[in-house]
Design a protein around this ligand. Sequence first.
Ligand code: IFG
Length: 549
Amino acid sequence: MVILVDTGSMRRLAVVVVSSVVGLGLVVAPSPAGAGVKAGARAVGAGAGVKAGETGAGRAQAVRVPGVVPVPVSIRATRGAYAITSSTRIVAAPHDKAASYLAHLLRRSTGYALPIVGSGGGIVIDSAGGTGLPAEGYRLSVSGHGILIKADSGEGAFRGVQTLRQLLPAKAEKSTRQHGPWVVKGVQIEDYPRFSYRGAMLDVARHFFTVSQVERYIDLAAGYKVNYFHLHLGDDQGWRIQIKSWPRLAKIGGRTAVGGDRGGYFTQREYAEIVKYAQRRYVTVVPEIDTPGHTNAALAAYAKLNCDGKARKPYTGTNVGFSSLCTSKEITYRFLDDVIRELAAITPGPYLDLGGDEAQSTKQPDYVRFMSRVQKIVHKYGKSLMGWEEIAAARLDADDVPEHWNPVTGTQDGTQLARSAAKKGLKLVMAPADHAYLDMKYTKKTRLGQDWAAIVEVKRAYGWDPAKLITGVGEDDVRGVEAPIWTETMRTMNDLEYMAYPRLPAIAEIGWSPRASHSWASFRSRLAAQGPRWAARDVDFYRSPQVFQ
Ligand code: IFG
């Protein structure tokens, strides 16, 4: 990665050889003064920054550029530094979410009061900064005079705070008071996302996770600028959300889990709490009730939902494709109308996800008719339909969102659905199972997870471009990316953290950072610098030998 470093009056284009220990960019070879490039240009070989025959007027400067994940559009080290002290104040508009998030984080680890005030100097968060940057964009500058985050929205300021926190020592992440100093080195950052949808999906149907576990999963992901949280609430093994008009769904359908483990479900009040927690982090919740397949839990709860009128037995195995709602019965659509109405009423976000994957027990013509009909129900309640890419077989509206998940590329068999969706003008979320599925094993020896799509070490999780993966699906056909974690083999928070970290930040960087900045050498060293931050938060992450030598 090439970084512009301002080491005083002379500006220098420098080749950055990122150190593999602390993930910091070290400027090692100054080049002609004045040449300026934005971080994110293609990595060049070390030393290649100095043209042959040049006098190389400057001296080699070892200036540290912080390793941020996702890498910003542009970042350059400047002179000076700012020390956060007991007299530091945070300057922001009242109830600014970015300011309250930062204050909560730093009050805990510094022990400082860090009052939020309306004017003055210190850490200034200006969410109406008139930057003119794209959505979620921000400018972050640190000098001896203070820290300034300028954005045109609260969302942009919040994304800027996620970058600022990474400029502080890892101990800033501790939940108990630590000794200082709390110094942030001079830096100028300008940043905004490549894609508008950067998602994390959590399957609470195969195994149930509590509100606080779900909230921790959201908070960790928000640290990497993830802005959608896709909650997989209904499947064969469990129904996890209270539906008041169909009470047995949660009461009966929520009892079970894979392997006979304890079940559970969210009351609508608990779901609303998760939504509020996510909103405080500018994360939008996308609830998924998988249909017409993956519905055994509902079919076990209500006999009348079955074509033969007989309730299915609860299922605690891990097979897929054996269940289907009865697409020919009218009650199925009254049922879904009630479910969608109640879910839409407690979901502020724009999407309701009705799954649509692996409907092997639903005849294709019935599937298409079913999906077209439920799409209208979702629209009736003011939402757009999201679903796995199979939904592209039905006629969808422009705002509906198919999610590519099959482990295929180019023009391989299985890429037709994504290509046809793009041809219809739909914008896809890309979640290829052989790169982005966090339940894939890291290596054959990984205790948790599966390997049906691929063995996915960190480098493979990072090694793909959503706009090049499938022929006929280019930059403009991609809404963003998502990192699903399916929980057939995961029972605890540590299980989730072990499989999600360090790979979720890889998907988050692919969704946020410029395509031109995509470089494994840069990413792996910046990722290494995240290790102490996860340790400070007791995240049970996998110490990949590809990242943490
Ligand atoms: N495929 C199924 C999931 C889950 C997954 C596990 C999708 C869209 C395999 N469907 O991925 O329910 O079982 O890796």
